[in-house]
Design a protein. Structure first.
Length: 557
């Protein structure tokens, strides 16, 4: 039964058809279907010791059972596949230590509407190659799955146990996703990563310490019109740390949409520099991850899809500078929700993106602490209801030239207020102060310090805020140091009368971290709020006493 031309084969019950045995040499006893209907009933098992060829418009594989293939799989763009069975690629018996590949059009030939109408795709696909990878071979070829792909199927005996899908020929693979010639597709429109069984993504979105169980190259996914969270476990050839190789996980949270099918790949060393001198989240943006990390590329295959979505990223294997703030860029521009930033590139998200620009490029950017050995604390306090005193202390001044104090009314647009020469240029602690009389009792004023080294490189302190009293009755509240350290945050309150303050701390996404009640007497009081259990990031302190309320931003390093 080496060649099946017009033979109709039906397997009933637990009947098992084995083509060949365990002792035959490589690629013997192949299954060639050049136009037949092959039907495998539920519970039946078929073991093929060589290659599978499916060709011709009348060639149909109706698989409701289980097929194990020890060789490669070939098809043309006419063959069709039906049923809810499983195909496993495993070479533990013959072709051992050979890479397996899928070549041709094992695909849904069109969008979601073509599933079941013009369909050569697998229902369940299991990968158990002893080399830890299965290739998709041939330019423009696609292999789609309608239900699930299992990267580590139970009962498989191949080693290593976890496979990955490589969407390129078995020769040397490209350095960038744009060079991969084939595409793997998940045409099950269910959201999440549940249909990527035994993938390398852990529950919280971070990567496990293994570079298998993902799609190396191109991945496309069917997207439900109702939306949901869709993970893309994609990446490049595994490499050592710092090379931006291996898995580069990213997900999209879609709202209502008509994108239908969205494809993706990862591109190394692809610049995402934003023209001009952009500002975001109160900081000048001077770091762009494209050159040292790369970009995720996404394309709506219809080219006409619409609908908003949120991006979330987990860059892997890179070494990035410590930033004051991070945000996701799209197409080398600031898009999405304004000032939607985060304290880390791991799990960073940004909302309200719309559309894909064939393909659209996603990376991250931020404000670099270029002189990251310098840790600068800054505070601002009203004095005598006449001026605001801004003071800062630097833990180390080695290589520093000078400081520039900047002021803003909106935390976005800053102007230079004063310049101070760095008097130490050593590893000692030095303090500075400036009295700002150019203020009024109407506005709240925001301050930051730009520090410059002798080579011209610059960095920024955090932003602090203060205001004069409008009628002499409100309390003065000063929060320091900024950034806060493990020993705690100090809250200094100058109140005209005895008051009770309710204090609540929220993290950057609005979750309450802690709360406290402070009873203060008339005059100046100081309290210390422990912060040793806080994770690094941005927090907001809400203080309320009767109708009086205020908010202060806190940075925890």
């Amino acid at each position: 039964m080496k060649h099946l031309h017009t033979l109709r084969t039906t397997l009933l019950g637990a009947l098992c058809l084995v083509l060949g045995g365990t002792a035959w040499a490589q690629h013997n006893f192949e299954l060639n279907n050049e136009g037949a209907l092959i039907r495998i009933e539920p519970g039946a098992e078929v073991y093929i010791q060589g290659d599978v060829h499916m060709e011709g418009g009348s060639a149909l594989l109706n698989n409701d059972g289980f097929i194990e293939v020890q060789g490669n799989m070939y098809s043309d763009n006419l063959f069709q596949q039906r049923g809810t069975g499983t195909v496993r690629l495993e070479n533990n018996d013959v072709n051992i230590n050979e890479r397996q590949f899928i070549q041709g059009s094992y695909a849904v030939r069109g969008g979601q509407a073509q599933i079941g109408a013009d369909d050569g795709s697998f229902y369940n696909l299991e990968l158990a190659n002893t080399q830890g990878m299965v290739h998709l071979s041939g330019s423009g070829n696609v292999a789609d799955v309608r239900n699930s792909v299992d990267f580590e199927p139970a009962g498989a005996t191949g080693t290593p146990p976890v496979n990955r899908i490589v969407t390129h020929d078995t020769a040397t693979v490209p350095a960038n996703g744009s060079g991969y010639s084939a595409t793997f597709g998940m045409m099950n429109p269910a959201a999440g990563l549940g249909n990527f069984v035994n993938n390398c993504i852990t529950a919280n979105g971070n990567m496990a310490p293994v570079d298998n169980g993902y799609v190396q190259g191109n991945l496309r996914r069917a997207i439900a019109s109702t939306g949901g969270v869709y993970g893309y476990a994609i990446g490049l050839e595994p490499g050592t740390a710092g090379q931006s190789l291996g898995v580069q996980y990213i997900l999209i949270d879609f709202g209502g949409n008509n994108y239908d099918v969205v494809s993706s790949y990862f591109e190394r060393a692809s610049t995402n520099i934003i023209p001009g001198t952009p500002n975001e989240c109160s900081y000048p943006i001077n770091y762009f991850s494209g050159a040292d990390h790369g970009e995720w590329m996404f394309e709506d295959q219809s080219g006409t899809g619409t609908g908003n979505y949120e991006m979330r990223i987990w860059p892997q294997d890179g070494t990035y500078p410590t930033l004051q703030t991070y945000f996701i860029t799209k197409d080398n521009a600031i898009q999405g929700t304004p000032n939607d930033c985060g304290p880390s590139e791991i799990g960073l998200d940004r909302a309200a993106f719309s559309g894909f620009n064939g393909p659209s490029e996603f990376a991250f950017a931020g404000s670099t602490i270029i002189l990251n050995e310098n840790e600068l604390e800054i505070s601002a306090s009203p004095r005598d209801n006449r001026y605001i005193e801004v003071s800062w202390t630097n833990m180390e001044e080695q290589h520093l030239s000078h400081y520039t104090l900047e002021r803003s009314l909106d935390r976005v647009n800053f102007t230079e207020l004063a310049e101070e020469k760095a008097i130490g240029n050593d590893q000692n602690r030095w303090s500075y102060a400036y009295d700002d009389f150019g203020v009024d009792a109407v506005n709240e004023f925001h301050y930051r310090v730009r520090y410059t080294d002798f080579d011209g490189a610059t960095g920024y302190s955090n932003v602090v805020s203060a205001r004069l009293h409008s009628d002499g009755l409100d309390s003065e509240v000063n929060v320091f140091p900024v950034p806060v350290r493990e020993e705690g945050i100090h809250i200094r309150i100058s109140a005209p009368t005895a008051k009770t303050y309710e204090v609540r701390i929220y993290d950057a996404i609005g979750r309450q971290v802690t709360e406290a009640i402070y009873e203060v007497e008339a005059g100046q009081s100081e309290r210390t709020l422990p912060t040793q259990d806080w994770a690094a990031g941005t927090y907001f302190m809400h203080l309320r006493s009767g109708t009086e309320s205020m908010v202060r931003e806190i940075i925890r390093r």
